[in-house]
Design a protein. Structure first.
Length: 158
């Protein structure tokens, strides 16, 4: 039985910055959101692109989730609105407990295509969640990108 986690939009403030510093200690430089947050600090900004899961008072998993409007679409041949999911990270001692999957499920709940660039040999994680390599439908030549389509999820359910 899979445990349910509450994903919430993270506030852009100094408390969140302190929590992000814990991730930088475990993560790779390209996963760090600390600089992103520092550049956008506005106390309790509700339009934050950062989402996370807390265990007690500790932020244990986080990601950046950007809504890309059709006008700014640079991946798909048939321009569309989609999500760009970046910098998903779970603290080392909380990995393997469903936190990363819960964040991705939250992103999927918007029922829009999701584009991500897996790092740190995480392709297996993304493939398990029905993400696949960029295909002919895109104008991107970046073969490192993975994509998830809501329509593909429905095919796997039936």
């Amino acid at each position: 039985m899979e445990m349910e986690y509450f994903v919430e939009r993270l506030k852009v403030n100094y408390k969140t910055l302190a929590q992000f510093k814990k991730f930088k200690a475990y993560g790779q430089k390209e996963l760090s959101m600390q600089e992103d947050l520092e550049a956008n600090i506005i106390e309790n900004n509700s339009d934050s692109p950062f989402y996370g899961i807390y265990f007690g008072n500790q932020l244990v998993a986080r990601m950046s989730l950007y809504f890309i409007d059709t006008h700014f679409d640079y991946y798909f041949n048939n321009s569309q609105t989609y999500l760009e999911l970046l910098k998903l990270e779970v603290l080392a001692e909380y990995q393997g407990k469903g936190y990363g999957t819960a964040l991705v499920s939250f992103a999927k709940s918007f029922n829009l295509p999701i584009v991500t660039k897996p790092i740190l040999n995480s392709n297996h994680f993304w493939e398990k969640l029905n993400f696949s390599s960029i295909t002919d439908e895109t104008k991107s030549t970046n073969s490192n990108l993975l994509i998830w389509h809501p329509a593909n999820e429905m095919k796997n359910i039936s």
